[in-house]
Ligand binder design. Structure first.
Ligand SMILES: [Zn+2]
Length: 52
C-alpha cells in the first residue's frame, strides 16, 4: 500500500511536490532538498499528509 504525500517547503509552507511512498520502505519523516517556486531557490522539503 502506497500513501500519497506532499513535499512541503519548510521555509514558506508551500506544498510544491506530491509523491507516493511505500510505508514498509520508508518509516518516519524524510527531508529532501527541492526547488521552491515561490522562493526561487532550493530549500528543505518535508513530507506532509495530503487530504485525498
Ligand atoms: Zn518555499
Amino acid at each position: 500500500m502506497r500513501d500519497k504525500i506532499g513535499l512541503k517547503c519548510v521555509d514558506c509552507g508551500d506544498i510544491n511536490y506530491t509523491t507516493t511512498k511505500n510505508k514498509k520502505l520508508h518509516t518516519g519523516k524524510f527531508e529532501v532538498k527541492k526547488y521552491c517556486k515561490r522562493e526561487r531557490k532550493h530549500t528543505s522539503h518535508k513530507e506532509t499528509k495530503l487530504k485525498s
